[in-house]
Design a protein around this ligand. Structure first.
Ligand code: SF4
Length: 324
């Protein structure tokens, strides 16, 4: 992706990652700023305009960098579940993405002080093993050629056996590093969903091929059928998709599988409806339970049970995780 502008916090210039990104971004206009929030948090930003004219913000993350995992996210049975955002926002543009409701801007913010993230994680590790999802509010693997931050998390995992890192992605990288305590979580959806709602992301078939390559090179792979979207004819779409996936991937080789229906914080949903009035996914009549907008209990159960039933024919039930 080519960025029309790169906003750089003055304090970010001191970091090697800033130099790396700027030297790879010839032709982008550089604008110095005091703080990333001066650009990122402005009111009334235009998502569509920003998507057509993408900009990058290079910043230094101060304050908290590692957080306790949220209840709407799956812990996969791991204790000490945390997540961390070394980048905010994503090069892909999924219509259902909660980031559209969470952030006031579509510009991508890269925090260039990975050294501080490493210190924070190493501090937590003195208290015991840790499971960190490092690629929730972005797609670190898609952005790795520019930032190298997925590599930094892999290097950190290599140095600490008691750290388990999940890198979630919709990218289809040609190769990935096989590290026993790094799980590559490929999010995959039927083509009916991917082509309509996952703008900019590689086709589902490319992601499946990337997952096969990763398995063949000894990587730990998680497959995420999440979020399931209740499109007309969803049963046929998801049944056909499981057939397609299992024809290419022996599911007994994957670490585990996750299944989840679409859900989003009620506040993020309200903000998506205001900012993106034409967003189809946002206007579905969800119920809000415990502050989380979701399908009705019956729909949710029906969809997850249906999917789990299909997957159980290929992988043990104990390896299938659902979100509720
Ligand atoms: S790939 Fe994930 S983070 Fe990126 S836009 Fe899609 S849902 Fe959001």
């Amino acid at each position: 992706m080519r960025y029309t502008h790169i906003y750089v916090e003055r304090s970010a210039y001191a970091y090697p990652l800033t130099k790396r990104i700027l030297s790879a971004s010839e032709g982008s206009g550089i604008i110095d700023i005091d703080h990333y929030k001066d650009v990122f948090d402005r009111p009334r930003q235009d998502h569509e305009f920003q998507r057509k004219n993408p900009a990058l913000i290079l910043a230094v993350r101060t304050g908290a960098r590692v957080f306790k995992g949220a209840p709407v996210c799956q812990s996969f049975g791991q204790r000490n579940f945390y997540y961390s955002s070394s980048i905010m926002n994503c090069p892909f543009d999924c219509e259902y993405c909660y980031l559209k409701g969470m952030y006031p801007s579509s510009y991508i913010v890269v925090f260039v002080n990975m050294e501080d993230y490493i210190k924070d994680v190493e501090g937590y590790l003195t208290q015991g093993p840790m499971y960190v999802c490092a690629s929730y509010d972005t797609d670190l693997i898609a952005l790795n050629p520019l930032t190298g931050l997925a590599d930094s998390w892999c290097d950190l995992a290599l140095r600490h056996e008691d750290l388990l890192v999940e890198l979630r992605t919709k990218a289809a990288p040609p190769e990935l590093r096989a590290i026993p305590n790094v799980i590559y979580a490929f999010t995959i959806s039927p083509e009916e969903v991917a082509s309509r709602y996952e703008k900019g992301a590689p086709a589902a078939s490319d992601r499946i091929r990337a997952a096969v390559r990763a398995l063949d090179s000894g990587c730990r792979v998680r497959l995420c059928f999440d979020p399931m979207i209740k499109i007309p004819g969803w049963r046929d779409a998801y049944a056909g998709f499981v057939e397609e996936v299992t024809a290419k991937i022996d599911l007994t080789r994957v670490t585990d599988v996750s299944v989840g229906t679409f859900r989003i914080s009620g506040d993020y949903l309200s903000s998506m409806r205001k900012r993106l009035p034409a967003n189809e996914i946002a206007w579905y009549p969800y119920i809000v339970k415990g502050g989380v907008a979701q399908y009705t209990e019956e729909d949710d159960k029906e969809m997850q049970d249906f999917m789990c039933g299909l997957l159980e024919e290929h992988i043990g039930r104990e390896k299938i995780f659902t979100w509720n």
